[in-house]
Write a new protein. Structure first.
Length: 235
C-alpha cells in the first residue's frame, strides 16, 4: 500500500494555503512541518495496521465480577452485544480521598463520545472504589454517559496491571475480544516510565487525551510541570 502513496513533500507542496502577512521564512518552515505531519499521520496508520494484525492474545480464564449501576455484572456481560470490549482502569481506589485528576480529565473528554464509541465496541471504566462512590463522583463531575464499574475483588485490576507494586492505583487501557465463545486479551497500552524519553512524561502514542493533542498545537506545548486539576478556584 505505502509504495502507491504520493511522497509527503509533494503533497505538502500542493497545499497552497497562505495566511495574512506571513513571511516566506514562515511558509518554508510551515511546509516542512506539514511534510512531517503527513508522515506522522501515515506512521499512525502503519502502527494501527500492525496492531490490528496482532496474533491472538491470552485467553481470559478468570470469571471476573464487577458491580455496576444496575447491580452485579460479570466480565463477559460487559461485552453486551459487541465482540470487542475496551476497559479503562480508573485510578480511584479505596485508598484515595479523590480520584486521579489526570484520569478524570481524560474521562471527562471521553464522556460525550461514549454513545459514539458504543456504536462500535463495548466500553467499561473500572475502579476499585465501591460503586456508590463512583456514581456519586459521576454526578459531581456532571458525566452523563460514563459506564462505571467497581472491581469489587480487585482481581481484574491485579491481573491487568492496574495495581502498583505498593498496592496503589495504576491507570490502564486494555482491549479484549470475544470469538467462538472465547474471550482473549487483544492489546494493552504498555508505554510507561521505563519507556519514557528524557524530559517527557511517560505518555503513550497515540495520546488518548484530547487535552494534550490541543496543547501540542500551541507554542507553550504541554509543559512537563503542569497537570490538570479536579477543580480550578470557584469554577
Amino acid at each position: 500500500m505505502t509504495e502507491h502513496l504520493v511522497p509527503a513533500v509533494e503533497l505538502a507542496s500542493r497545499n497552497g494555503v497562505r495566511f495574512p502577512n506571513e513571511s516566506e521564512d514562515y511558509r518554508r518552515a510551515r511546509d516542512a512541518l506539514l511534510t512531517e505531519e503527513i508522515e506522522l499521520r501515515r506512521h499512525i496508520e502503519r502502527v494501527a495496521e500492525q496492531r490490528r494484525k496482532l496474533p491472538p492474545g491470552g485467553a481470559v480464564k478468570q470469571t471476573y465480577q464487577f458491580e455496576g449501576a444496575g447491580g452485579p455484572i460479570s466480565f463477559s456481560e460487559l461485552f453486551g452485544d459487541k465482540d470487542t470490549l475496551v476497559v479503562y482502569s480508573y485510578m480511584f481506589g479505596p485508598q484515595r480521598e479523590r480520584p486521579c485528576p489526570m484520569c478524570t480529565s481524560l474521562l471527562s473528554a471521553w464522556d460525550g463520545e461514549v454513545p459514539d464509541i458504543q456504536q462500535r465496541v463495548a466500553l467499561a471504566v473500572v475502579a476499585r472504589s465501591p460503586i456508590e462512590r463512583l456514581l456519586a463522583f459521576k454526578k459531581e463531575r456532571g458525566w452523563h454517559h460514563m459506564p462505571l464499574f467497581s472491581d469489587t475483588t480487585g482481581e481484574f485490576s491485579r491481573d491487568y496491571h492496574a495495581i502498583s507494586k505498593d498496592g496503589g492505583d495504576d491507570a490502564g487501557l486494555n482491549v479484549f475480544t470475544r470469538k467462538d465463545g472465547t474471550i482473549r486479551h487483544f492489546w494493552s497500552g504498555e508505554m510507561g516510565q521505563v519507556t519514557a524519553d528524557p524530559g517527557q512524561d511517560p505518555r503513550g502514542a497515540p495520546d488518548l487525551m484530547p487535552l494534550w493533542t490541543i496543547l501540542d498545537t500551541t507554542p507553550e506545548g504541554r509543559a512537563p510541570d503542569w497537570y490538570p486539576k479536579l477543580s480550578y478556584g470557584n469554577s
